[in-house]
Design a protein around this ligand. Structure first.
Ligand SMILES: O=P(O)(O)O[C@H]1[C@@H](O)[C@@H](OP(=O)(O)O[C@@H]2[C@@H](O)[C@H](O)[C@@H](O)[C@H](O)[C@@H]2O)[C@H](O)[C@@H](O)[C@@H]1O
Ligand SMILES: Nc1ccn([C@@H]2O[C@H](COP(=O)(O)O)[C@@H](O)[C@H]2O)c(=O)n1
Length: 456
């Protein structure tokens, strides 16, 4: 399916300087990517690879920056809307020649960022609905945010009133509404005729043209509540979109130390790194190198430095995933590399603790060696248990769900590295090894029972 992206308007409400803006609004930077890039990459993640970009105001600059789309593995064509000072209806019609062979197409806004899963589930919904009808040429769909109270600039938003699976009313001025138009449409080819019919009365406004469709009951809502999207109209919207993007980087699997200590720091680092070219894999290696250096410092008798580096490594180990999600750079290899490097990083730290304790004159070297051995052996078992469970059941092992009360203890990596940090700060290397050995082996044994209970 092709997607039309409307990028023709001037975006005058985004005025940020007295003179000429450095970029037309779709090309404004937002956490390392241009706004319109985020639209393309979110749509690509939902399976859309072909786009028709409707340009107008400073369209040449947009076209020069985006090119043919091949740098993202996309195909981008361009339609010029000479009436770009008027409504989106003219933009839609400008794209018509590029959609002659399409029964259906998406319409997206160049200044509306959205979560990929929103579009993915919208497409699943529309596919299911289209299967129920004979002809879908004049059946159209709109993704509707069913939580209007969460929409920041409700006054400017196009409100929607839905009832019994149909859109009953749509417009900026309607008083009775239970949703907001988030700017994601799935149109049948018949929409062009509707828009052409309404042009002289609607002045080119797409919302006005859609009133004709609303009257026929053929504008259906995909009502959602928990996906993020943001309409970037004014300067304040850019800051709000930035905050929304950063907050949605947090994975659900985070442990307590990660969620409440590491992430506030890692997100700050990520918001800066996003504008640089550091890739997730480079950051993963950097996190590992911090573990290596920390292990060496423990061995050489610098426990404070070793402990602080272990905690820094833990924080940076969250940044790699945040950058990957923020800049659409997630990869299977990266996920694999991240996990393997974490194992080697743990081993470097445990090895350093053991060496540091022995070289520091531990009273019972054999006890230290046994604790080091047990901690080294069981440390990878946390990941191994989760991966084996996922492999056997096809379900992700979420420690927050399955680990019961253990989830409040430092069993996962974020907790273990925090323990190592404390051991370094208080120079209690042997006690740290003892705790690690106990915790990791207890976790491994506990999860045996959890898995047995869940595997049946
Ligand atoms: O010992 P566990 O916790 O099971 O190891 C998991 C860990 O390697 C995960 O890596 P990730 O980068 O997602 O975890 C980070 C932690 O290592 C940091 O300490 C924390 O601050 C950061 O927020 C992340 O949670 C792997 O993805 C898992 O596969 C592995 O089980
Ligand atoms: N080099 C990398 C590192 C990570 N990822 C992705 O991030 C996930 C881990 O996220 P955290 O916030 O917990 O670090 C990992 O599973 C990958 O999906 C990546 O792609 N490349």
């Amino acid at each position: 399916m092709k997607a039309v992206v409307v990028a023709a308007g001037e975006g005058s409400r985004m005025r940020m300087t007295a003179g000429k803006e450095p970029f037309p609004k779709p090309l404004l930077p937002l956490l390392g990517l241009r706004i319109i890039e985020r639209v393309f990459l979110a749509a690509r993640k939902a399976g859309i690879k072909e786009f028709v970009v409707v340009i107008g105001y400073r369209g040449d600059e947009i076209r020069r920056y985006l090119g043919d789309g091949s740098k993202w593995g996309l195909k981008i064509q361009y339609a010029f809307n000479e009436h770009w000072l008027n409504g989106n209806g003219y933009s839609l019609l400008a794209a018509k020649p590029y959609l002659e062979s399409e029964n259906r197409f998406l319409l997206l806004m160049a200044d509306h960022i959205f979560e990929p899963n929103l579009l993915k589930h919208f497409l699943q919904f529309t596919d299911d609905e289209i299967k129920k009808v004979q002809s879908d040429k004049n059946l159209h769909f709109l993704a509707v945010d069913a939580c209007p109270e969460k929409v920041t600039d409700l006054e400017e938003a196009t409100k929607v009133y839905t009832r019994a699976g149909k859109i009953i009313a749509l417009g900026k001025e309607i008083k009775d509404f239970n949703g907001v138009d988030c700017g994601i449409f799935n149109f049948g080819a018949g929409i062009f005729e509707t828009v052409e019919k309404s042009l002289k009365d609607s002045g080119g406004s797409l919302s006005e043209a859609l009133q004709l469709v609303v009257k026929t009951g053929n504008l259906r809502p995909f009502e959602f509540k928990n996906y993020y999207w943001h309409d970037i109209d004014q300067k304040k919207d850019l800051q709000q979109a930035r905050q929304k993007l950063l907050q949605h980087l947090l994975p659900k699997k985070d442990g307590i130390v990660s969620r409440y200590f590491n992430r506030p720091i890692s997100l700050t680092i990520t918001s800066v790194l996003a504008n640089l070219s550091a890739t997730p894999n480079i950051i993963s290696f950097f996190s590992f190198s911090l573990c290596l250096l920390g292990g060496v410092l423990f061995a050489l008798g610098y426990p404070l430095a070793g402990g602080l580096l272990a905690q820094l490594a833990s924080i940076i180990d969250g940044v790699d995933g945040e950058i990957a999600r923020l800049k659409f750079q997630e990869s299977l290899f990266g996920a694999y590399l991240d996990s393997i490097l974490d194992r080697y990083g743990d081993a470097a730290l445990i090895g350093g603790l053991t060496a540091g304790s022995l070289l520091g004159g531990a009273s019972s070297p054999s006890f230290v060696l046994i604790m080091g051995f047990l901690a080294l052996t069981a440390s990878p078992l946390s990941m191994l248990a989760k991966e084996k469970y996922a492999n056997l059941t096809g379900k992700t092992y979420n420690p927050l769900e399955l680990d019961g009360y253990l989830r409040y203890f430092p069993f996962n990596r974020d907790g273990r590295l925090a323990l190592i940090m404390l051991g370094g700060v208080f120079n209690q290397l042997t006690a740290t090894l003892l705790l690690l050995a106990l915790l990791t082996n207890l976790q491994a044994i506990y999860r045996l029972f959890v898995v047995r209970q869940n595997l049946g």
